[in-house]
Design a binder for this molecule. Sequence first.
Ligand SMILES: [Zn+2]
Ligand SMILES: [Zn+2]
Length: 305
Amino acid sequence: MILGAHLGIAEGLPEAVREARKIDADALQIFSKSPQMWTGPPIAPAAAEAFRAALREERIRATAVHHGYLINLGSPKPDSLEKSRSVFVEEIQRAELLGVDGLIFHPGAHLGSGVDAGLRTIAESLRGAIEAVPDGRVRLLLENAAGQGTALCSSFEELATVLAAVDAPERLGVTLDACHLFAAGFDFRTPEGYGSLVDRIDGTIGRAMVRAFHLNDAKAELGSHLDRHENIGKGQIGLDGFRHLVRDPGWAELPGYLETPLDEDGYARYAQDLVTLRSLLEPVGGSTEKPSARRRERRASSTVK
Ligand SMILES: [Zn+2]
Ligand SMILES: [Zn+2]
């Protein structure tokens, strides 16, 4: 897995890329504007170009924009739905300008209209958004929900229903959030549990639809439906669960973004979580060489040519 994190852009777009490299992140997720606001200032083409140049210079291998929280593509309220749909198209256009791989979004919440109506509304929203940006290259990635309140798509069956209804597999994909999976009742801490999770993926959305991960440990217990992130290895999932995810060769070329809690030390906790995750990639009981030393060596050799 390509390991990275969600970083803020308050200091600027290229600065977020430099920060990512400083903590040894190979993948970067950002918001393209404040997530608590409907809209943000337009992205100047020069700023977008500086961002893309920084990504190349710092060898960031995977990128995503996470959408703003006010959007609900499954809303039964006409005004809110209309606003959500138009702002979602803006989110896609901003992500296109930034040239990221994916736009990660929460499918939506039905707010009492029922699961079927909610899923139908989400599918219609996505069809409209895809038509509005016909030549879009950024993949739209539905994020699995923890299942809090009326949030939809905490199950693979619901994700599969939306994907089938939109019927545009070349434009869509799924981001799996480890904390949300666990909160929704998927226990992947044992090899057997992880195996049955993968079987469930294969039997519903198909593993090819999985395009990214959010690597968050969970504060709350299995099946709690609570969306409470914790630092890697400090929560209820623990290191065994993350070992299964990050070592799976099927996900080797997919990004995993940290959205774990930070403190007054800034991104130091991310750096620590990345070290923890990389230690899980090492062969069990294998080489005694320090992973950091090997990494430096690999990077040095790749810069020589
Ligand atoms: Zn999210
Ligand atoms: Zn979450």
